[in-house]
Design a protein. Structure first.
Length: 873
């Protein structure tokens, strides 16, 4: 694609030019990169064991001349396929739409200002600014680059990043979709959308591979076991029956019914829908799951490793104090509004009034990429909040902004924790640097003492450390400033003069204290891992009510072996002045102790730790594209409190999945038990395959879905996290399922024989309707395994009540409405049938309620007694 006109490197395109080019070239969108094409999703619906079973069933029905059954089963197969397709398609589109929310923003120069725009509005000729962590928004040619390295693995598969340079024509271009992993650059866009290299490779998906989670493994295993059980049991019944000389047709149909009864046909749909609904609900709460099952894993998290800046704090920094050689300058004003003042002992001062102050202010504007602009009556900042705060501070002192670009830069990284730029100041070449005090002092040989530049002696170090400590103890974020005159632009950071310290407020987010308390009462440890200083971190932890016995720095951590680090991790500890690789080590160690770890991160180098963690959590606003790519969950508001809400949701989802899996299996158990006993008694077929499908797919499926919408129980966040290996099923669950199954199966069988004299059709309809009603009533028992409904509130899940009414209505239709009567082969029931069914329903409601109430009472008595014992002793 041709570039119309190169933009002026200083001003970029104008808005008018950009709009015009957008008209010509269209938006910067690469055609739909759907992970799976629609036809594949559709065909996939017809490959499962269940569908094969059903197709087999339809064929058997056809073979024995039961064409209504065969047609009904055939319809179920098609309907199931269509429904499955719609669900998967919607889940897929929903996820794609959600991912869309992440695709990005890009920084370009428009009308002379750096602005963040939707990357889809980029046009050829735009001047884009690239920083470490950014995804390259379009194909572009470098104008200037500083230590730029690009990860091109999406295009080339090569995992080692490549160096790029604006001087070397063989590597002066960057491609859309690749990632800047280090350095920074300015580049002119040469192609957008479908014309880019990325756009041309249609197979590129950029999708996240689905990590196999505990849940998917368990559901897969359960499905396979039930499928095999269905086949074996169905075939065994048919074959032994026929061999024993019973009517072959009857036996084939019984075998078929059995196979259909064993499999909870509604389960896969119910799981997908309920996870998708949960994920959609969480997006409204600002947490975006990049995989449907991420939330469920999060529900079992036992440790959260969180960074501080922006997650626990607001990341709205305001420079408050400037310390130079014992003098404290105070800055008035809030946010990025430069309309404040700088005071020394109550006296306002400006750049030029005081050499020390002027030098400090010059570092603040001269060693920065941030910029401020005024729009809609407010001041806005583009860039890093730390730099924005320093720039605002400098503006308050009327500091002139350098007009010429910096000659060179040694960029900031979380490992180095400092940065510097070389510029001309009048006729002198100076290097201006800022960073964490420890790291900046490493490259200083002098300091700005009370009487001008002095060597950095032991005593001077102590004076600076005391000032630094006092600021950090107040929870201020402290940045040190330094400068030196240099002879050339490539000068290393060495022999610099330390100028002073700036203390910035970054207030804790008000809602985080409560969220941390909620996590702690839910048995989840919160470990702060920050790049900031130990004393600042500790002060913020105190303000948030996060107990800390020890603050360990990254350097100390490096000297420890795994065993001592494990011992350390058993205490209340926070990690400060860490580099990203420390996060990785901590995640691995915590995982080796069997913990499920959630880890937050925002930088490029956080990606490996985010991938390693059981749940990697990236930041929607502050996070780099690389970190979002590696994460399972993205916090759209960067807020720790959102993470706590996501955990709550995850726990609710898992609890609900357990509820409906058990509920659906209990229903199946009832059907299987009735069929088996009936077989032993030698009676005619108790349920037809279509009736079983109706129960499993329609009446139970819908009810189970509503059960998946159960609200969180009050004890959800007071219980410790479930053990990593805890499954959906355990022996208690099997006992529960069999108990319910034994009752509902026998009760249904009783109805069958009680009304046998009225003919097969009526007796079968009574048994079938009875089973549907039993399954509806027993759902109340599955709402909680400990709390009776009178405590949960009978109507606290209105959707469940609605589902029950609808399904009872559907069953009435099944019994009295001719089209359904024909398909399901039912006969109308009379009052006596309904009365008997209602009577048999009563124990299903009363007994579980009574047992749970008695247990609750017992537990309360024991608690009172224990408390009394404690008081006595
Ligand atoms: P967290 O890890 O909790 O997000 P953080 O922002 O302090 O905290 P880093 O981004 O790794 O972590 O920064 C480490 C330190 O580097 C900061 O505490 C600060 O002293 C210094 N620093 C941060 N940003 C800059 C910058 N733009 N220029 C120079 N120094 C910086």
């Amino acid at each position: 694609m041709q570039i119309e006109k190169s933009p002026d490197p200083a001003t970029g395109l104008t808005s008018a030019e950009a709009a015009q080019r957008l008209q010509i070239h269209g938006r910067n969108i690469v055609g739909e990169t759907r992970v799976t094409p629609a036809w594949k999703i559709f065909l996939r619906q017809f490959t499962g064991l269940l569908v094969l079973l059903l197709i087999g069933a339809a064929l058997v029905a056809l073979a024995v001349g039961e064409w209504v059954d065969a047609a009904a089963i055939g319809m179920v197969v098609v309907l199931n396929g269509v429904l499955g397709f719609v669900q998967e398609w919607r889940a897929e589109t929903a996820l794609t739409a959600l991912r869309e929310m992440l695709v990005g923003r890009a920084r370009v120069i428009r009308d002379g200002h750096p602005v963040d725009i939707d990357s889809r509005d980029i046009v050829p000729g735009d001047l884009v600014l690239l920083d470490a962590g950014d995804q390259v928004p379009a194909d572009a040619k470098l104008q200037s680059a500083l230590e730029l390295r690009i990860d091109e693995s999406v295009l080339t598969g090569e995992s080692i990043s490549v160096a790029k340079s604006d001087h070397d024509p063989s590597c002066d271009t960057v491609m859309m979709g690749t990632l800047a992993v280090a350095g920074r650059a300015e580049a002119v866009v040469t192609a957008t959308g479908a014309s880019t290299a990325f756009g041309k490779i249609a197979t590129l998906t950029g999708s996240v591979g689905e990590k196999e989670t505990n849940l998917s493994r368990q559901l897969g295993r359960l499905g396979a076991q039930l499928g095999i059980a269905a086949l074996v049991l169905g075939a065994a019944i048919a074959v032994t029956g026929i061999l024993a000389g019973r009517d072959a047709l009857d036996m084939l149909m019984t075998g078929l019914s059995m196979a259909v009864a064993v499999v909870p046909e509604g389960l896969p749909a119910v799981v997908t829908i309920s996870l998708a609904l949960g994920a959609a609900a969480m997006v409204r709460q600002k947490a975006l799951a990049r995989r449907l099952q991420a939330m469920e894993t999060l529900g079992s998290a036992s440790v959260i490793c969180t960074d501080k800046t922006g997650t626990l704090t607001e990341n709205m920094m305001t420079g408050e104090t400037l310390w130079i050689a014992g003098r404290r300058y105070a800055a008035l004003g809030t946010g990025y509004d430069p309309a404040g003042r700088i005071l020394l002992e109550g006296r306002p001062l400006r750049h030029g009034d005081d050499t020390d102050l002027s030098d400090a202010l010059e570092v603040m504007v001269g060693c920065s990429h941030a910029s401020l602009y005024h729009e809609d009556g407010k001041w806005h900042m583009v860039g890093d909040p730390t730099e924005g705060a320093l720039l605002t501070f400098a503006y308050k002192g009327w500091t002139p902004v350098p007009t010429a670009a910096a000659l060179s830069e040694i960029p900031f990284s979380s490992e180095r924790k400092r940065m510097s730029m070389v510029r001309w100041q009048q006729d002198r070449l100076v290097q201006l640097a800022k960073g964490a005090p420890e790291q900046l002092l490493d490259v200083c040989s002098h300091w700005r003492g009370p009487n001008g530049p002095e060597p950095l002696t032991e005593a001077a170090h102590k004076t600076i450390a005391a000032a630094y400590g006092a600021m950090a103890d107040r929870g201020l974020r402290v940045i040190a400033l330094a400068r030196s005159e240099v002879s050339d632009a490539d000068a290393p950071e060495a022999d610099m003069e330390f100028v002073g310290l700036v203390g910035m407020i970054d207030p804790p987010r008000p809602e985080v204290g409560q969220a941390i308390r909620a996590c702690r009462s839910a048995g989840i440890r919160v470990i702060m891992i920050t790049g900031d200083s130990p004393r600042t971190a500790r002060a913020i932890a105190d303000a948030l009510g996060l107990p800390v016995d020890r603050a360990v720095t990254g350097t100390e951590l490096e000297t420890m072996d795994d065993d001592s680090l494990r011992t350390l991790l058993s205490q209340q500890v926070l990690f400060a002045r860490t580099a990203p690789e420390h996060k990785m080590r901590l995640v691995k160690l915590l995982q080796s102790e069997g913990r499920i770890v959630a880890m937050t991160g925002d930088g490029v180098n956080d990606a490996p730790a985010l991938k390693q963690a059981d749940v990697g959590v990236a930041m929607g606003i502050r996070g780099t594209d690389v970190s979002k790519d590696a994460a399972d969950l993205v916090l759209l508001d960067d807020n720790f409190a959102t993470l706590e809400r996501a955990i709550r949701e995850g726990r609710r989802q898992f609890a609900n999945i357990r509820r409906f899996v058990r509920y659906l299996l209990a229903s199946n158990a009832g059907e299987v038990i009735a069929i088996l006993i009936n077989l032993a008694l030698g009676g005619p077929l108790i349920y037809l395959p279509t009736q079983i499908l109706w129960m499993n797919l329609v009446t139970d499926g819908v009810t189970a879905l509503a059960l998946g919408l159960e609200p969180a129980t009050p004890d959800q966040m007071t219980e410790p996290p479930r053990p990593a290996k805890q499954g959906i099923m355990d022996w208690t669950a099997v006992g529960l399922i069999l108990t319910f199954g034994a009752y509902t199966g026998s009760a249904s069988l009783y109805l069958f024989y009680a009304f046998a004299a009225e003919g097969d059709a009526v007796a079968r309809t009574a048994a079938f309707t009875g089973m549907v009603m039993f399954e509806k009533v027993s759902v109340f028992a599955f709402r909680s395994f400990t709390q009776p409904c009178w405590r949960l509130g009978w109507f606290s899940n209105p959707k469940l009540i609605l589902a029950l009414f609808l399904m009872i209505g559907a069953q009435i239709a099944a019994v009295y409405w001719t089209p359904l009567q024909t398909v399901l082969r039912t006969a109308p029931l009379g009052w006596d049938h309904w009365q008997m069914i209602a009577l048999l329903c009563v124990p299903l409601l009363v007994v579980p309620e009574a047992i749970k109430s008695l247990r609750l009472l017992g537990a309360r008595r024991r608690r009172v007694k224990d408390e009394a014992d404690v008081t006595l002793t």
